[in-house]
Design a protein around this ligand. Structure first.
Ligand SMILES: [Zn+2]
Length: 235
């Protein structure tokens, strides 16, 4: 493997921070995002501000290690896993492959999260929150009477006229295709993420995971990698 290839694979699997810059977030926090996403994000944020929204990032870049901790936390029962409708699931009533699929509905597999790339962000409207409100990132927050619904309504309207209206951002999980649950709050910067999405192959993921003895249910994942890739990685 050449050095450039290694860097590319590390970027795709969340194994490097070399392409990231830090961006201010709510409550004096900082998030890491892809350096090319900074400017379009500020533009989108400025448009939102004109409408009275404080469009903030609650999740930007997420490393492989972080995703691994989430994955293992869910499969070991230390973190809750939810069913299709968002109700807590009893994992011990499922077989191994069912457990892995249940986790994949709401959480990406380490090495295959769009948040590894720095091009994808989860957003909320800080102006809509009351003091001390804990962000849930649920469909209820984003629709109907949900507190973030007005901002999402505005965003959906802007997106309806093409991605150029949102400076290249689009919603990869806007509709339910039976894989990842719909996530209106998840935005992706198309001009880069679409290239990364094409570059991230099954063999890159297989190579990365095969080396990871800490990944729970690794054998189940590798056995079903074709299906996982089709249903949960490719959009
Ligand atoms: Zn997300």
């Amino acid at each position: 493997m050449t050095k450039t290839q290694k860097i590319e694979e590390d970027v795709l699997t969340g194994s490097t921070e070399c392409h990231l810059v830090s961006v201010g977030a709510h409550n004096q926090q900082f998030m890491l995002i892809h350096e090319m996403v900074l400017d379009p994000f500020y533009r989108l944020r400025a448009d939102a501000e004109k409408q009275g929204f404080d469009l903030c990032i609650c999740s930007g870049f997420r490393s492989y290690e972080r995703q691994l901790a989430i994955w293992n936390g869910k499969l070991s029962g230390n973190r809750p896993v939810y069913d299709q409708s968002g109700k807590p699931l009893k994992l011990n009533q499922l077989n191994d492959w069912e457990k892995v699929q249940a986790v994949l509905r709401w959480s990406a597999m380490p090495g295959a999260s769009r948040h590894h790339w720095g091009t994808d962000i989860d957003i909320f409207d800080a102006n809509a929150m009351t003091e001390g409100y804990q962000i849930q990132l649920t469909p209820e927050e984003c629709e109907g009477q949900g507190l973030f619904a007005p901002m999402h309504q505005w965003l959906t309207g802007a997106l309806a006229n093409g991605e150029q209206n949102t400076y290249g951002f689009f919603q990869p999980y806007a509709t339910d295709k039976g894989g990842v649950a719909p996530e209106r709050w998840h935005l992706s910067y198309g001009p880069i993420a679409k290239i990364y999405g094409e570059q991230l192959s099954k063999s890159i993921i297989r190579q990365k995971l095969s080396r990871d003895a800490n990944l729970m249910y690794l054998d189940v994942v590798l056995d079903h990698l074709d299906e996982i890739f089709e249903r949960f990685v490719q959009i």
